[in-house]
Design a protein around this ligand. Sequence first.
Ligand code: SF4
Ligand code: SF4
Length: 476
Amino acid sequence: MNRPLSESLLPPEEHVLSTLEADGRRRWLKPRLSKGAYYRKRRLVAYALFAVWTVLPFVRIGGQPAVLLDVPARRFTLFGFTFLPTDTVLLALFLLALLLAFFMATALFGRVWCGWACPQTVYLEFLFRPIERLFEGTAGRGGPPKKPVSAARTAGKVIVSFLACLYVANTFLAYFVGVERLGRWIVAGPFAHPAAFLVVAAVTALMMFDFLYFREQMCILTCPYGRLQSVLLDRDSLIVAYDRRRGEPRGKASKKALGEAGDCVDCMRCVTTCPTGIDIREGLQMECIHCTQCIDACDDVMHRLGRAPRLVRYSSKNRDAGAPKRLLRVRTVLYPVLLGIVLTAFFVVLAHKTDVQTTVVRNPGSPFVVTDEGAVRNVFQVKMTNRRKTPRTVTVRVTRPAAARVVAGHERVEIPGGRTVVAPVTVEIGRSAWAGHPVPVTLEVRDAHDDTLLGSDEIRFLGPLGAVHPAKKETP
Ligand code: SF4
Ligand code: SF4
């Protein structure tokens, strides 16, 4: 006899995921909003972040965008400095510093990033869920709407969410293409720039998928940071925790007076408000994004019962166990030290970076020629990249050895802002100064107007072995 599939499957031994039913279906969450002290603070932070993320692409520092991640050109401008493809060391140090700063913040403050500043949380909790509550009216109750939502309300929610996604997608894109170019694309319309239009459409579609459908699954299933944090936290890191000693045994409010119950009245408000659907009373869990909604929910319950707040609160594993707070731990010492070393290295390398990235390579073909007068000449290609947005007029000079000089080439070179120019330059060493072995030469790129040094590079100058006689004309 054929049994239904649900009967033929073995039930799971334990609950697997907070967003998964026992039969594998998704458990849809409609978390109840808890407007407590932490929520108000998070909302302020969220609005500030909305403003910063929206305005930042418009901000310019020294004529350049504050942030522009030009992936096709492999140029990353961050707060006035442009990282070029040749700045691998600098970029690696910057990313390492960022990583260590994350590690340090996690060791000290737990998942503060997830709950307070991650764009996924901030946009979902303070833009898309409010839109949903506006149309579906579940504010303050939690759970699915009591009555089925009308098609008009659903359509209203989707349209407003779509417009919000369009705004977020365009903001996101502005970081990669710049506001000027994005503005031109918008004005010109989708058919003038189909590729750009497709990018905006794809990003908008992805955001619709994420903020209307995928939601908390992003944090629970896909985000690597969430998983990393379980190893980045220690017993003294800040976590959101339930005060078991105070709360247990759970029971009705009346039982507390009889000494038969703790402070937790098992009202489930901390569970129904949780955006990842977990029960914080079961201890620290990977799904907890430290959003503090359960703290606000429980504080409200305690307030109504006339009991002290913070039954659910910011704490640490050691604090929960009654151990004294330890600020000085291996990771809280190691991370700042490593961060200090990496930042020092970053600024040392940065201090040696110049406004015009200069690379000198040998001209293809003959490495040197000897003139009728016995002078030795090398032709080099000087590749100059202007890190600034403003154009520069530069001159190329040889500063070492003293006997070398530029005899032909581009003494005045125009480099447009943010562009690379390659200039062939001929360097000569006179017969009397040529000692018969390769010598290093230094080429400098200077501002044509005020002679400021903008960049330099070194290369070996080649010539014939031994001294050159005027009559003896050589080419290799
Ligand atoms: S909100 Fe507070 S009282 Fe209610 S179940 Fe959670 S911990 Fe217990
Ligand atoms: S357990 Fe509390 S802090 Fe953690 S995600 Fe749920 S509501 Fe937020």
